[in-house]
Design a protein around this ligand. Sequence first.
Ligand SMILES: Cc1cc2nc3c(=O)[nH]c(=O)nc-3n(C[C@H](O)[C@H](O)[C@H](O)COP(=O)(O)OP(=O)(O)OC[C@H]3O[C@@H](n4cnc5c(N)ncnc54)[C@H](O)[C@@H]3O)c2cc1C
Length: 460
Amino acid sequence: MPLANTFLGELRSLVGADQVLTEKEDLIPYSFDGTAVLQQVPGCVVFAKSTDQVAGVLKLANRTKTAVVTRGSGTGLSGGSLPSPDCLVLCLVKLDRIIELDRANLTLLAEAGVTTQAVSDAATAAGLFYPPDPGSMKISTIGGNVAENSGGLRGLKYGVTRNYVMGLEVVLPDGEVLWTGNKCVKDVAGYSLRDLFIGSEGTLGVITRVLLKLIPKPPAKKTLVATFAKMDQAAQTVSDIIAAPIIPCTLEFLDRVTIQCVEDHAKIGLPLDCEALLLMETDGHPAVVEDEATRMVEIARRNGCQEVRVAQDDAEATRLATARRTAFSALARVAPTTILEDATVPRSELAKMIRFIEEVAKKHRLRIGTFGHMGDGNLHPTCLTDERNHEEMHRVEEAFREIFEETIRLGGTITGEHGIGMAKKTFLPKFAGDAQMRVMRELRRVLDPNGILNPGKVFE
Ligand SMILES: Cc1cc2nc3c(=O)[nH]c(=O)nc-3n(C[C@H](O)[C@H](O)[C@H](O)COP(=O)(O)OP(=O)(O)OC[C@H]3O[C@@H](n4cnc5c(N)ncnc54)[C@H](O)[C@@H]3O)c2cc1C
Protein backbone atom coordinates (compact mmCIF):
# COMPACT_ATOMS: atom_id res chain seq x y z
CA MET A 1 0.00 0.00 0.00
CA PRO A 2 1.43 3.46 -0.88
CA LEU A 3 2.60 5.50 2.11
CA ALA A 4 -0.24 7.63 3.53
CA ASN A 5 -0.09 11.44 3.37
CA THR A 6 -0.43 11.68 7.16
CA PHE A 7 2.62 9.39 7.52
CA LEU A 8 4.64 11.51 5.06
CA GLY A 9 3.53 14.65 6.91
CA GLU A 10 4.82 13.25 10.22
CA LEU A 11 8.12 12.29 8.56
CA ARG A 12 8.53 15.84 7.18
CA SER A 13 7.97 17.33 10.60
CA LEU A 14 10.59 14.97 12.07
CA VAL A 15 13.44 15.58 9.61
CA GLY A 16 12.39 18.64 7.56
CA ALA A 17 10.37 18.65 4.33
CA ASP A 18 13.47 18.90 2.13
CA GLN A 19 14.90 15.67 3.63
CA VAL A 20 12.00 13.52 2.38
CA LEU A 21 11.90 12.42 -1.27
CA THR A 22 8.66 11.15 -2.79
CA GLU A 23 8.80 12.03 -6.53
CA LYS A 24 9.38 9.00 -8.76
CA GLU A 25 12.41 10.53 -10.53
CA ASP A 26 13.98 11.29 -7.12
CA LEU A 27 13.31 7.73 -5.90
CA ILE A 28 14.83 5.91 -8.89
CA PRO A 29 18.50 6.40 -7.80
CA TYR A 30 17.57 4.65 -4.53
CA SER A 31 15.79 1.73 -6.24
CA PHE A 32 18.91 -0.48 -6.56
CA ASP A 33 22.33 -1.03 -5.02
CA GLY A 34 25.55 -2.48 -6.48
CA THR A 35 23.89 -5.86 -7.12
CA ALA A 36 23.00 -6.70 -10.72
CA VAL A 37 19.41 -7.25 -11.85
CA LEU A 38 17.58 -6.31 -8.59
CA GLN A 39 15.45 -3.15 -8.64
CA GLN A 40 12.43 -1.85 -6.69
CA VAL A 41 11.26 1.75 -6.31
CA PRO A 42 10.66 2.63 -2.60
CA GLY A 43 7.71 4.56 -1.14
CA CYS A 44 9.97 7.41 0.00
CA VAL A 45 13.58 8.23 0.89
CA VAL A 46 14.40 9.98 4.17
CA PHE A 47 17.76 11.56 5.05
CA ALA A 48 18.48 11.62 8.79
CA LYS A 49 21.07 14.01 10.18
CA SER A 50 21.17 12.87 13.82
CA THR A 51 20.58 9.87 16.06
CA ASP A 52 17.46 11.60 17.43
CA GLN A 53 16.03 11.86 13.92
CA VAL A 54 16.77 8.16 13.27
CA ALA A 55 15.03 7.30 16.56
CA GLY A 56 12.01 9.47 15.64
CA VAL A 57 11.70 7.87 12.19
CA LEU A 58 11.93 4.35 13.62
CA LYS A 59 9.31 5.07 16.33
CA LEU A 60 6.93 6.28 13.65
CA ALA A 61 7.67 3.33 11.34
CA ASN A 62 7.26 0.83 14.18
CA ARG A 63 3.94 2.36 15.26
CA THR A 64 2.61 2.26 11.69
CA LYS A 65 4.35 -1.06 10.86
CA THR A 66 6.09 0.52 7.87
CA ALA A 67 9.06 -1.31 6.36
CA VAL A 68 12.42 0.50 6.74
CA VAL A 69 15.42 -0.24 4.54
CA THR A 70 18.55 1.38 5.95
CA ARG A 71 20.96 2.60 3.30
CA GLY A 72 24.53 3.86 3.33
CA SER A 73 25.99 4.52 -0.12
CA GLY A 74 24.20 1.59 -1.78
CA THR A 75 27.38 -0.16 -2.95
CA GLY A 76 26.31 -3.50 -1.44
CA LEU A 77 26.68 -6.58 -3.62
CA SER A 78 23.97 -8.81 -2.12
CA GLY A 79 20.92 -6.57 -2.54
CA GLY A 80 20.91 -5.59 1.17
CA SER A 81 19.73 -2.03 0.59
CA LEU A 82 17.30 -2.95 -2.19
CA PRO A 83 13.96 -1.36 -1.21
CA SER A 84 10.93 -3.49 -0.48
CA PRO A 85 7.68 -2.27 -2.11
CA ASP A 86 6.34 0.94 -0.50
CA CYS A 87 9.09 0.96 2.11
CA LEU A 88 10.85 3.92 3.65
CA VAL A 89 14.52 4.07 2.68
CA LEU A 90 16.43 5.58 5.60
CA CYS A 91 19.59 7.02 4.07
CA LEU A 92 22.43 7.84 6.47
CA VAL A 93 24.96 9.58 4.22
CA LYS A 94 24.24 12.91 5.95
CA LEU A 95 25.32 11.49 9.31
CA ASP A 96 28.81 12.34 8.13
CA ARG A 97 30.82 13.73 11.05
CA ILE A 98 34.02 12.33 12.49
CA ILE A 99 33.34 13.15 16.13
CA GLU A 100 36.64 12.35 17.82
CA LEU A 101 40.11 10.94 17.20
CA ASP A 102 41.50 9.90 20.57
CA ARG A 103 45.29 9.54 20.33
CA ALA A 104 45.65 8.36 23.92
CA ASN A 105 43.37 5.38 23.29
CA LEU A 106 43.97 5.01 19.53
CA THR A 107 40.26 5.22 18.70
CA LEU A 108 38.13 7.13 16.23
CA LEU A 109 34.43 7.85 16.75
CA ALA A 110 32.48 8.45 13.54
CA GLU A 111 28.87 8.82 12.52
CA ALA A 112 27.60 5.94 10.38
CA GLY A 113 27.49 7.88 7.10
CA VAL A 114 31.19 8.83 7.08
CA THR A 115 32.92 7.20 4.10
CA THR A 116 35.55 4.51 4.71
CA GLN A 117 38.02 6.72 2.81
CA ALA A 118 37.38 9.63 5.20
CA VAL A 119 38.03 7.32 8.18
CA SER A 120 41.24 6.11 6.57
CA ASP A 121 42.34 9.67 5.70
CA ALA A 122 41.66 10.91 9.25
CA ALA A 123 43.75 8.05 10.66
CA THR A 124 46.58 8.72 8.18
CA ALA A 125 46.55 12.46 8.97
CA ALA A 126 47.15 11.55 12.62
CA GLY A 127 50.04 9.24 11.64
CA LEU A 128 47.85 6.19 12.35
CA PHE A 129 46.28 3.39 10.29
CA TYR A 130 42.75 2.07 9.73
CA PRO A 131 43.39 -1.15 7.75
CA PRO A 132 40.00 -2.37 6.35
CA ASP A 133 39.97 -1.26 2.72
CA PRO A 134 37.00 -2.59 0.72
CA GLY A 135 37.40 -1.94 -3.00
CA SER A 136 34.47 0.50 -2.68
CA MET A 137 36.08 2.50 0.15
CA LYS A 138 35.97 5.86 -1.65
CA ILE A 139 32.17 5.87 -1.34
CA SER A 140 31.05 3.07 1.00
CA THR A 141 30.00 4.23 4.47
CA ILE A 142 31.47 2.98 7.73
CA GLY A 143 27.92 2.04 8.85
CA GLY A 144 27.53 -0.08 5.71
CA ASN A 145 30.94 -1.68 6.35
CA VAL A 146 29.88 -2.63 9.87
CA ALA A 147 26.44 -3.86 8.74
CA GLU A 148 28.15 -6.13 6.18
CA ASN A 149 31.32 -6.83 8.21
CA SER A 150 33.20 -5.87 5.07
CA GLY A 151 36.64 -7.13 4.20
CA GLY A 152 39.22 -5.71 1.85
CA LEU A 153 42.58 -6.25 0.25
CA ARG A 154 44.44 -6.21 3.57
CA GLY A 155 42.24 -8.78 5.30
CA LEU A 156 44.82 -11.54 5.38
CA LYS A 157 47.15 -9.76 7.78
CA TYR A 158 44.87 -7.19 9.39
CA GLY A 159 41.44 -8.84 9.49
CA VAL A 160 38.06 -7.37 8.55
CA THR A 161 35.83 -4.56 9.83
CA ARG A 162 34.78 -6.59 12.92
CA ASN A 163 38.36 -6.60 14.17
CA TYR A 164 38.34 -2.78 14.38
CA VAL A 165 34.90 -2.12 15.91
CA MET A 166 35.18 -1.30 19.63
CA GLY A 167 31.73 0.17 20.13
CA LEU A 168 28.47 0.94 18.39
CA GLU A 169 25.50 3.23 18.86
CA VAL A 170 22.43 1.44 17.51
CA VAL A 171 18.83 2.59 17.27
CA LEU A 172 16.49 -0.35 17.86
CA PRO A 173 13.35 -0.75 15.74
CA ASP A 174 11.17 0.80 18.49
CA GLY A 175 13.38 3.92 18.58
CA GLU A 176 15.34 3.08 21.75
CA VAL A 177 19.04 4.02 21.52
CA LEU A 178 21.57 1.41 22.68
CA TRP A 179 25.36 1.73 23.21
CA THR A 180 27.43 -1.40 23.12
CA GLY A 181 31.21 -1.53 23.66
CA ASN A 182 33.65 1.15 24.80
CA LYS A 183 37.29 2.26 24.61
CA CYS A 184 38.51 -0.58 26.85
CA VAL A 185 40.79 -3.06 25.12
CA LYS A 186 39.27 -5.80 27.28
CA ASP A 187 35.59 -6.06 28.16
CA VAL A 188 33.66 -9.25 28.86
CA ALA A 189 30.67 -7.75 30.65
CA GLY A 190 27.63 -9.57 29.32
CA TYR A 191 26.93 -10.89 25.84
CA SER A 192 28.79 -9.04 23.08
CA LEU A 193 25.84 -7.26 21.46
CA ARG A 194 28.40 -5.32 19.44
CA ASP A 195 29.32 -8.54 17.67
CA LEU A 196 25.66 -9.34 17.10
CA PHE A 197 25.07 -6.06 15.25
CA ILE A 198 28.26 -6.39 13.16
CA GLY A 199 27.21 -8.16 9.97
CA SER A 200 23.48 -7.93 10.79
CA GLU A 201 22.76 -6.38 7.37
CA GLY A 202 20.25 -3.80 8.57
CA THR A 203 17.90 -6.42 10.03
CA LEU A 204 18.40 -5.87 13.79
CA GLY A 205 18.94 -2.14 14.28
CA VAL A 206 20.21 1.05 12.65
CA ILE A 207 23.86 1.78 13.42
CA THR A 208 24.32 5.51 13.97
CA ARG A 209 27.83 5.78 15.48
CA VAL A 210 30.90 3.57 15.28
CA LEU A 211 33.87 3.56 17.67
CA LEU A 212 36.88 2.21 15.75
CA LYS A 213 40.28 0.94 16.76
CA LEU A 214 43.29 2.49 15.01
CA ILE A 215 46.79 1.04 14.94
CA PRO A 216 50.28 2.44 14.28
CA LYS A 217 51.05 3.02 10.62
CA PRO A 218 53.51 0.46 9.24
CA PRO A 219 56.68 2.39 8.36
CA ALA A 220 57.51 0.49 5.15
CA LYS A 221 55.74 -1.43 2.37
CA LYS A 222 56.76 -3.33 -0.74
CA THR A 223 54.51 -4.32 -3.64
CA LEU A 224 55.22 -7.26 -5.94
CA VAL A 225 53.42 -8.76 -8.94
CA ALA A 226 54.10 -12.30 -10.21
CA THR A 227 52.58 -14.00 -13.25
CA PHE A 228 52.17 -17.74 -13.78
CA ALA A 229 51.53 -19.89 -16.84
CA LYS A 230 49.46 -22.30 -14.72
CA MET A 231 46.88 -21.61 -12.04
CA ASP A 232 48.24 -24.39 -9.82
CA GLN A 233 51.62 -22.64 -9.67
CA ALA A 234 49.97 -19.49 -8.30
CA ALA A 235 47.92 -21.50 -5.79
CA GLN A 236 51.05 -23.36 -4.67
CA THR A 237 52.90 -20.05 -4.28
CA VAL A 238 50.13 -18.80 -1.97
CA SER A 239 50.31 -22.00 0.11
CA ASP A 240 54.12 -21.83 0.31
CA ILE A 241 54.11 -18.16 1.36
CA ILE A 242 51.68 -18.89 4.20
CA ALA A 243 53.65 -22.01 5.22
CA ALA A 244 56.96 -20.05 5.12
CA PRO A 245 55.42 -18.55 7.40
CA ILE A 246 54.85 -15.10 5.91
CA ILE A 247 51.58 -13.22 6.33
CA PRO A 248 51.61 -10.54 3.60
CA CYS A 249 49.20 -7.63 4.00
CA THR A 250 47.88 -8.35 0.48
CA LEU A 251 47.80 -11.61 -1.46
CA GLU A 252 45.41 -11.07 -4.34
CA PHE A 253 44.72 -12.99 -7.51
CA LEU A 254 43.45 -12.34 -11.06
CA ASP A 255 42.65 -15.04 -13.63
CA ARG A 256 43.23 -14.89 -17.40
CA VAL A 257 39.81 -13.36 -18.27
CA THR A 258 40.25 -10.66 -15.63
CA ILE A 259 43.87 -9.88 -16.62
CA GLN A 260 42.74 -9.38 -20.23
CA CYS A 261 39.89 -7.03 -19.19
CA VAL A 262 42.14 -5.05 -16.80
CA GLU A 263 44.80 -4.64 -19.46
CA ASP A 264 42.23 -3.49 -22.05
CA HIS A 265 40.91 -0.99 -19.50
CA ALA A 266 43.95 0.27 -17.57
CA LYS A 267 46.87 -0.43 -19.97
CA ILE A 268 49.25 -1.37 -17.16
CA GLY A 269 51.46 -3.55 -19.35
CA LEU A 270 50.38 -6.88 -17.86
CA PRO A 271 51.50 -10.02 -19.72
CA LEU A 272 48.55 -11.65 -21.49
CA ASP A 273 50.03 -15.12 -21.93
CA CYS A 274 49.56 -16.14 -18.29
CA GLU A 275 46.81 -18.01 -16.46
CA ALA A 276 47.17 -16.22 -13.13
CA LEU A 277 48.56 -13.05 -11.61
CA LEU A 278 49.36 -12.54 -7.93
CA LEU A 279 49.57 -9.13 -6.30
CA MET A 280 51.61 -9.40 -3.10
CA GLU A 281 52.29 -6.69 -0.54
CA THR A 282 54.25 -6.84 2.66
CA ASP A 283 54.37 -4.04 5.23
CA GLY A 284 55.96 -3.39 8.61
CA HIS A 285 59.52 -2.67 9.81
CA PRO A 286 61.79 -1.92 6.79
CA ALA A 287 64.14 -4.82 7.54
CA VAL A 288 61.25 -7.30 7.85
CA VAL A 289 59.65 -5.96 4.66
CA GLU A 290 62.91 -6.37 2.75
CA ASP A 291 63.35 -9.92 4.04
CA GLU A 292 59.74 -10.97 3.34
CA ALA A 293 59.80 -9.45 -0.17
CA THR A 294 63.00 -11.33 -1.00
CA ARG A 295 61.56 -14.61 0.29
CA MET A 296 58.28 -14.11 -1.63
CA VAL A 297 60.23 -13.54 -4.86
CA GLU A 298 62.17 -16.76 -4.19
CA ILE A 299 58.96 -18.72 -3.51
CA ALA A 300 57.30 -17.40 -6.70
CA ARG A 301 60.41 -18.32 -8.73
CA ARG A 302 60.62 -21.77 -7.14
CA ASN A 303 57.04 -22.36 -8.32
CA GLY A 304 58.00 -21.44 -11.88
CA CYS A 305 56.55 -17.95 -12.21
CA GLN A 306 56.98 -16.38 -15.64
CA GLU A 307 57.92 -13.00 -14.24
CA VAL A 308 58.05 -11.26 -10.87
CA ARG A 309 58.22 -7.47 -10.59
CA VAL A 310 59.05 -5.59 -7.41
CA ALA A 311 57.83 -1.97 -7.40
CA GLN A 312 60.76 0.41 -7.14
CA ASP A 313 58.78 3.35 -5.75
CA ASP A 314 55.29 4.39 -4.54
CA ALA A 315 54.16 5.35 -8.05
CA GLU A 316 55.01 1.92 -9.44
CA ALA A 317 53.43 0.22 -6.41
CA THR A 318 50.20 2.13 -7.02
CA ARG A 319 50.30 1.22 -10.72
CA LEU A 320 50.75 -2.49 -9.96
CA ALA A 321 48.04 -2.47 -7.27
CA THR A 322 45.72 -0.80 -9.82
CA ALA A 323 45.57 -4.12 -11.66
CA ARG A 324 43.65 -5.61 -8.73
CA ARG A 325 41.78 -2.52 -7.57
CA THR A 326 40.26 -1.94 -11.04
CA ALA A 327 39.33 -5.61 -11.61
CA PHE A 328 35.60 -5.16 -10.99
CA SER A 329 35.22 -2.00 -13.09
CA ALA A 330 37.37 -3.51 -15.86
CA LEU A 331 35.12 -6.59 -16.02
CA ALA A 332 31.95 -4.46 -15.75
CA ARG A 333 32.82 -2.62 -18.99
CA VAL A 334 32.64 -5.78 -21.06
CA ALA A 335 28.97 -6.77 -20.85
CA PRO A 336 25.68 -5.03 -19.97
CA THR A 337 25.26 -7.05 -16.73
CA THR A 338 28.04 -7.96 -14.30
CA ILE A 339 27.20 -10.48 -11.59
CA LEU A 340 29.95 -10.50 -8.98
CA GLU A 341 29.87 -13.42 -6.55
CA ASP A 342 31.64 -14.20 -3.34
CA ALA A 343 32.55 -17.88 -2.89
CA THR A 344 35.06 -18.61 -0.14
CA VAL A 345 36.89 -21.88 0.51
CA PRO A 346 39.66 -23.06 2.85
CA ARG A 347 42.95 -21.99 1.26
CA SER A 348 43.95 -25.60 0.66
CA GLU A 349 40.98 -25.93 -1.76
CA LEU A 350 41.64 -22.78 -3.83
CA ALA A 351 43.12 -24.37 -6.95
CA LYS A 352 40.33 -26.98 -6.97
CA MET A 353 37.67 -24.28 -6.65
CA ILE A 354 39.14 -22.09 -9.38
CA ARG A 355 39.27 -25.07 -11.76
CA PHE A 356 35.68 -25.94 -10.87
CA ILE A 357 34.53 -22.40 -11.70
CA GLU A 358 36.29 -22.65 -15.08
CA GLU A 359 34.60 -25.98 -15.83
CA VAL A 360 31.19 -24.63 -14.83
CA ALA A 361 31.69 -21.59 -17.09
CA LYS A 362 32.58 -23.88 -20.00
CA LYS A 363 29.69 -26.26 -19.32
CA HIS A 364 27.10 -23.44 -19.23
CA ARG A 365 28.74 -21.45 -22.07
CA LEU A 366 29.31 -18.38 -19.86
CA ARG A 367 32.07 -15.80 -19.56
CA ILE A 368 33.22 -15.86 -15.94
CA GLY A 369 36.31 -13.95 -14.78
CA THR A 370 37.62 -14.77 -11.30
CA PHE A 371 39.65 -12.54 -9.04
CA GLY A 372 39.84 -12.08 -5.32
CA HIS A 373 41.53 -12.29 -1.99
CA MET A 374 43.50 -15.50 -2.57
CA GLY A 375 45.26 -15.29 0.79
CA ASP A 376 41.80 -15.39 2.44
CA GLY A 377 40.43 -18.12 0.15
CA ASN A 378 37.84 -15.51 -0.91
CA LEU A 379 37.09 -15.66 -4.66
CA HIS A 380 34.91 -13.36 -6.75
CA PRO A 381 33.74 -15.33 -9.79
CA THR A 382 32.24 -12.58 -11.95
CA CYS A 383 29.83 -13.42 -14.74
CA LEU A 384 29.70 -11.09 -17.73
CA THR A 385 26.20 -11.42 -19.12
CA ASP A 386 23.06 -9.58 -20.21
CA GLU A 387 19.99 -9.65 -17.99
CA ARG A 388 17.72 -9.13 -21.05
CA ASN A 389 18.74 -12.57 -22.33
CA HIS A 390 16.45 -14.77 -20.21
CA GLU A 391 17.80 -18.04 -21.53
CA GLU A 392 21.37 -17.01 -20.64
CA MET A 393 20.26 -15.75 -17.21
CA HIS A 394 18.82 -19.20 -16.52
CA ARG A 395 22.25 -20.69 -17.28
CA VAL A 396 23.90 -18.09 -15.01
CA GLU A 397 21.61 -19.11 -12.14
CA GLU A 398 22.38 -22.79 -12.69
CA ALA A 399 26.13 -22.08 -12.84
CA PHE A 400 26.16 -20.16 -9.56
CA ARG A 401 23.98 -22.79 -7.87
CA GLU A 402 26.60 -25.40 -8.81
CA ILE A 403 29.44 -23.11 -7.68
CA PHE A 404 27.87 -22.57 -4.24
CA GLU A 405 27.09 -26.25 -3.79
CA GLU A 406 30.73 -27.04 -4.53
CA THR A 407 31.84 -24.27 -2.15
CA ILE A 408 29.85 -25.87 0.67
CA ARG A 409 31.10 -29.34 -0.29
CA LEU A 410 34.71 -28.11 -0.02
CA GLY A 411 34.08 -26.78 3.50
CA GLY A 412 33.74 -23.15 2.36
CA THR A 413 31.13 -20.44 2.87
CA ILE A 414 28.56 -18.92 0.51
CA THR A 415 29.79 -15.39 1.28
CA GLY A 416 33.14 -14.21 2.62
CA GLU A 417 32.30 -10.50 2.71
CA HIS A 418 29.29 -9.39 0.66
CA GLY A 419 26.58 -10.76 2.95
CA ILE A 420 23.35 -12.68 2.36
CA GLY A 421 20.86 -9.87 1.61
CA MET A 422 18.47 -10.87 -1.19
CA ALA A 423 21.05 -12.59 -3.34
CA LYS A 424 22.02 -15.53 -1.13
CA LYS A 425 18.99 -16.08 1.08
CA THR A 426 17.94 -19.28 -0.69
CA PHE A 427 21.39 -20.79 -0.02
CA LEU A 428 21.56 -19.82 3.68
CA PRO A 429 19.42 -22.61 5.23
CA LYS A 430 21.48 -25.30 3.51
CA PHE A 431 24.71 -23.66 4.66
CA ALA A 432 23.69 -22.68 8.20
CA GLY A 433 21.52 -25.69 9.15
CA ASP A 434 18.28 -25.83 11.16
CA ALA A 435 19.62 -24.90 14.61
CA GLN A 436 21.45 -21.78 13.45
CA MET A 437 18.50 -20.69 11.30
CA ARG A 438 16.12 -21.06 14.27
CA VAL A 439 18.36 -19.04 16.63
CA MET A 440 18.90 -16.31 14.03
CA ARG A 441 15.14 -16.04 13.36
CA GLU A 442 14.39 -15.87 17.09
CA LEU A 443 17.00 -13.15 17.67
CA ARG A 444 15.45 -11.14 14.88
CA ARG A 445 11.94 -11.63 16.30
CA VAL A 446 13.01 -10.47 19.77
CA LEU A 447 14.73 -7.32 18.51
CA ASP A 448 12.23 -6.47 15.77
CA PRO A 449 8.88 -8.08 16.68
CA ASN A 450 7.02 -6.17 13.95
CA GLY A 451 9.60 -7.16 11.33
CA ILE A 452 9.97 -3.59 10.03
CA LEU A 453 13.75 -3.62 9.42
CA ASN A 454 14.85 -4.82 5.99
CA PRO A 455 12.00 -7.33 5.51
CA GLY A 456 12.67 -10.11 3.01
CA LYS A 457 16.45 -9.95 3.47
CA VAL A 458 18.68 -12.72 4.85
CA PHE A 459 15.66 -14.98 5.56
CA GLU A 460 13.30 -16.38 2.91
C1 LIG B 1 33.34 -1.75 -6.78
C2 LIG B 1 32.97 -2.41 -5.49
C3 LIG B 1 33.97 -3.00 -4.74
C4 LIG B 1 33.65 -3.62 -3.53
N1 LIG B 1 34.66 -4.18 -2.81
C5 LIG B 1 34.38 -4.78 -1.64
C6 LIG B 1 35.44 -5.37 -0.87
O1 LIG B 1 36.61 -5.35 -1.23
N2 LIG B 1 35.09 -5.97 0.30
C7 LIG B 1 33.79 -6.00 0.76
O2 LIG B 1 33.55 -6.55 1.83
N3 LIG B 1 32.79 -5.44 0.04
C8 LIG B 1 33.04 -4.83 -1.12
N4 LIG B 1 32.02 -4.26 -1.85
C9 LIG B 1 30.64 -4.33 -1.32
C10 LIG B 1 30.17 -3.06 -0.53
O3 LIG B 1 30.89 -1.92 -0.93
C11 LIG B 1 30.26 -3.25 0.98
O4 LIG B 1 29.33 -4.23 1.39
C12 LIG B 1 30.02 -1.97 1.79
O5 LIG B 1 30.30 -2.18 3.15
C13 LIG B 1 28.61 -1.41 1.68
O6 LIG B 1 28.60 -0.11 2.22
P1 LIG B 1 27.43 0.91 1.83
O7 LIG B 1 27.60 2.14 2.65
O8 LIG B 1 27.40 1.11 0.37
O9 LIG B 1 26.16 0.10 2.32
P2 LIG B 1 24.80 -0.21 1.55
O10 LIG B 1 25.05 -0.94 0.30
O11 LIG B 1 23.98 1.02 1.49
O12 LIG B 1 24.11 -1.21 2.60
C14 LIG B 1 24.62 -2.50 2.76
C15 LIG B 1 23.78 -3.23 3.84
O13 LIG B 1 24.02 -2.66 5.11
C16 LIG B 1 22.83 -2.12 5.67
N5 LIG B 1 23.23 -0.85 6.28
C17 LIG B 1 23.89 0.17 5.69
N6 LIG B 1 24.14 1.13 6.59
C18 LIG B 1 23.64 0.70 7.77
C19 LIG B 1 23.58 1.25 9.08
N7 LIG B 1 24.13 2.42 9.37
N8 LIG B 1 22.94 0.54 10.05
C20 LIG B 1 22.40 -0.67 9.79
N9 LIG B 1 22.42 -1.23 8.57
C21 LIG B 1 23.03 -0.55 7.58
C22 LIG B 1 21.85 -2.00 4.52
O14 LIG B 1 20.51 -2.12 4.96
C23 LIG B 1 22.27 -3.16 3.64
O15 LIG B 1 21.71 -4.34 4.12
C24 LIG B 1 32.30 -3.66 -3.07
C25 LIG B 1 31.31 -3.04 -3.83
C26 LIG B 1 31.62 -2.44 -5.03
C27 LIG B 1 30.52 -1.79 -5.83
